[in-house]
Design a protein around this ligand. Sequence first.
Ligand SMILES: NC(=O)c1ccc[n+]([C@@H]2O[C@H](COP(=O)([O-])OP(=O)(O)OC[C@H]3O[C@@H](n4cnc5c(N)ncnc54)[C@H](OP(=O)(O)O)[C@@H]3O)[C@@H](O)[C@H]2O)c1
Length: 316
Amino acid sequence: MEKDHRQHAIVAEMDVGGDLVATDLHPHAFDFRLHFGCQARQMAASLTPGTAGMIPQSFWHGKSVVVTGGSSGIGRAAAVALGAAGARVGLVARRPVPLAETANAIRAAGGTVDVATCDVGDASGLAAAVAALESRLGTCDVAIASAGIHRTSWPLDATAASEVIDVNVKGCINLAAAVLPGMLARGRGRFCGVASLAGVVGLPGNAVYCASKAAVVAFLESLRLDAGPAGVVVTTVLPGVVDTPMITDAERRAGGVVSAEDAAATILRAIERGRPEIWFPRGTSLAAWLARGLPAVVRDAVLRRQPRLEEPPQAD
Ligand SMILES: NC(=O)c1ccc[n+]([C@@H]2O[C@H](COP(=O)([O-])OP(=O)(O)OC[C@H]3O[C@@H](n4cnc5c(N)ncnc54)[C@H](OP(=O)(O)O)[C@@H]3O)[C@@H](O)[C@H]2O)c1
């Protein structure tokens, strides 16, 4: 097995009202082989819609959309799709070169785009970036918090942990703080945060990443209750493994990986439909949902069988 902290595999078998064989565990998700009958398939279908499809122009056309993490992966794919759908796209990330590449791709396809470089963990910097984009593209109709990082969580390192929390948690909150006052004042808007299925179940070696995504899930869940009645639709996105620079080759080879373009299409469709929450892909979502529902002692027993790259601490 490749020696990478994000390559995790468990070999576990359990019987959960059916014949469920769990084979691989990734930082973001599980890759279970399901031998359920059609009942389970229906259950999976109810958790998530399909992953590909056309984005109707009517919803996005002319809308001002801010996307953090627009220089790479899911954020980039969403930005390109938004540009093609006629949105006015504002991209935020730290690295100017990949940001410019994304912007050029959108312009080459005839789209409207502008960029702002900043660290999403810096609240005032992000607020200034959003204000600059709004002055050029119009007030923000939709904001998508996709910026995120992954760092190994074992052994625990306080500096690396702070970095993950700053980007994944504060980055999402800072974007909400920057765009929500305007949306609430106008009585309309959509806010979407890209969390992860890793925010639903704790995974070995990923304590800080899982914690950061659980925080995003909880933040958006609560935000929805406050902002929804005021006209702002909040969508929480929980992907499994998506083919972006964030994942390893070993994860790619393990299968069950969604392309960034399909992930983006699923996310944009969920925002458009005002979905409160979207889990994908189906198999991984079902596995995460089942694992979450297991008694902790059973869940731990299953997840502990995963090979570890670093040994857990030994009792004296
Ligand atoms: N890939 C997966 O399997 C997967 C699964 C579940 C959830 N997710 C989540 O999906 C989101 C997008 O991830 P991805 O897979 O598309 O990863 P990616 O390709 O590595 O993209 C991450 C993006 O975040 C930006 N970013 C990172 N730190 C930043 C900071 N401090 N300030 C501003 N921007 C920052 C990066 O741009 P710069 O480096 O230029 O700043 C980049 O555009 C993340 O929140 C991730 O946790 C991913």
